[in-house]
Each structure stands twice: as C-alpha cells, then as structure tokens.
Design a protein around this ligand. Structure first.
Ligand SMILES: [Fe+2]
Ligand SMILES: [Fe+2]
Length: 318
C-alpha cells in the first residue's frame, strides 16, 4: 500500500469512526463499495419486483378508492427502485448493468415477493407485515455511513409508513366486516406472518455479511435484533386488528422484556432463496418480459435526450 493510499484509508476510517457520511467523491475500500453495490442493488430489485404481487390486484380492487390507493402505492415502489438505482450509480455502476445482473439471476431480490397474492386481504397483509418489516429494517439505514443511500432511505421510510397504515386499514376493515371477510383477513395473515419474519435474513450466527457491515456502519443492528423489534411491534397491532398471529409459542417474556416466538422454518427460507418458491419463475419471467417490451421506451427516451442536447448545442453556437 502506498503512503497516499494509506492516508486516504485513514481519512475513510476517521469518517466512519466519527459517524460522518462517506460521499461518492471520497476514497473507500473496494470491499465497502462492493458490499454497498450488492446491498443497494438487491434493495432496488426488491422494490420493483415487489410491484408484481400487489399489481396483481389493481384491476380487482374492491372499490375505486381502494384502487386509487393501491395504484399510488405500487407507483411509490417504482419510485423507491429509482432512488435506489440512482444511489447505486454513485458507486460507479449503471442501472442497465444492475438490471442485466438481476435478469441473469446473478443478483437477488427479497424472497418475500416469491409468494402469491391469493385474495384481496393479501394486499392488506403485505402492507401491514411486509412494508412493516421493511420499515423496521430500513429506519436504521437512514443513518447508514454511505450518504446517498442514507438520504434515499429517509424519503423511502416516510412513504413506507403510509404503506404500512394502508395495509393495516385494509385488514381492520375486513376483520370488522362479515365473518367471511374476517376469515379472509386471518388467512392472509397466517400465510404472510412467517415469510415476513424471514425478511430479516438468517439468524445472526449464520449471517455471513453482518460483522463487516456493522463495522462499516452500513448495518446498525443484527438480523435477530431487528426481527425481535418487529415481533414486539406487531403483536399489539394484531390485537388491535382482532386477528391472531399463527405462532402457538408467541408469548410475552417479562424477564427479557420482549415477546418470545417459535422456530422459523429456515429450510423453507433457503428453498425459496434457491429459486424454488411458489412464484420465483413467474416473477423473473414477468420482469424480463417487461424489460424487453420496454426497450422502445428506453430507445425513444435516449433519442429525445440526444435531440435536446443537439438543439442546445446549436442554440449556443448561434
Ligand atoms: Fe418500497
Ligand atoms: Fe412499500
């Protein structure tokens, strides 16, 4: 390592230690850059793949009001994808490259979106549990050491909290409706509860990226800490909804000051991660098709940008 690099590295370490932000202009270790690209890309991919299970219900929303809300929510998720791809681009990769990696199966998205949305109540359960878990994960990322990622998260978290409330409100309405509607809400919660706990990733002792990410202050809390926080948050919310969570071992533990909960089926988690979840194939096919069918839009946008640029150049020359 040259003396110049050593000085740059010391500067980077000082920034991290002082809890300041690393910006795109700053020198950073290759591992830090790579970790961030992997994490931000996976996050961006999750936002846009996550549009599919909910988009499935736009045409069948039970009222115009529900439809307008769902369209706005799905559109928010597209926006989150855009903020995040832009944040990743500050690290020296392009959005096109990241999408190619997703389509080639070389980058991942959150496994939760490989589960199907069988009824309207699933839209409620996703908002309440999936967006709820996302917020728990993402609020600490607003203090992430990489500036562009941290700033994108601030805006995303504000929108996610609306998403969680709209999900809660859908479930609340159903659970106070007819017995059939209440049963539909309960069924959706039964199916989404365990996958939402898996969203925090494997248990701490199996999580291979965690220690380094914590040292770099990309991550602020461990997977198990965040999972516990989420369970503690949703138990009273489930009571308010008049619904139960499908875990017989769920119980308040006064000594720990937290809810104890049952064992997660990690075999299921790894199966879905490997590509064998109920909708993995469908999600990827749909994504690739949407990308191909959108090629003319990208070409037209580029042609338009070029034309504008040329016009500006001519005007300047005149
Ligand atoms: Fe989102
Ligand atoms: Fe969301």
């Amino acid at each position: 390592m040259t003396q110049a690099t050593r000085a740059l590295e010391e500067h980077f370490n000082r920034l991290i230690e002082a809890d300041q932000r690393v910006e795109p202009r700053d020198w950073m270790p290759e591992g830090y850059r790579k970790t961030l690209i992997r994490q931000i890309a996976q996050h961006a991919h999750s936002e846009i793949i996550g549009m599919q299970p909910e988009g499935n219900w736009i045409t069948r929303a039970p009222s115009l009001r529900r439809k307008a809300i769902l369209i706005a929510k799905v559109q928010d998720e597209a926006g989150h994808g855009l903020y995040l791809y832009s944040a990743a681009e500050t690290l020296g990769v392009s959005r096109a490259e990241l999408l190619d990696l997703l389509h080639a199966g070389k980058q991942k998205y959150s496994s939760i979106f490989n589960y199907p949305t069988l009824t309207w109540a699933d839209v409620g359960a996703i908002g309440w549990l999936v967006d709820g878990a996302a917020i728990t994960n993402q609020v600490p990322l607003c203090r992430c050491s990489y500036g562009p990622y941290a700033r994108a998260m601030v805006r995303i978290c504000k929108e996610e909290s609306f998403h969680q409330r709209q999900g809660f409100e859908i479930l609340y309405t159903l659970s106070h409706g007819t017995p059939e509607q209440k049963a539909m809400a309960q069924d959706a919660v039964n199916r989404w509860y365990w996958p939402s706990l898996m969203m925090f990733g494997p248990p701490d002792e199996e999580s291979k990226h965690s220690a380094q990410s914590m040292a770099w202050k990309i991550k602020r809390h461990s997977n198990d800490e965040l999972r516990q926080k989420f369970v503690d948050m949703i138990v009273p919310q489930a009571e308010a909804l008049g619904l139960t969570l499908p875990d017989p071992d769920l119980k308040w533990n006064p000594e720990r000051g937290h809810y104890d909960f049952g064992l997660i089926d990690w075999d299921e988690f790894y199966e879905v991660l490997k590509g064998n979840g109920p909708c993995n194939r469908q999600r990827m096919e749909h994504r690739r098709r949407a990308h191909e069918e959108g090629a003319w839009v990208r070409e037209a946008a580029l042609a338009y940008a070029r034309k504008q640029e040329e016009r500006a150049r001519k005007e300047q020359a005149a």
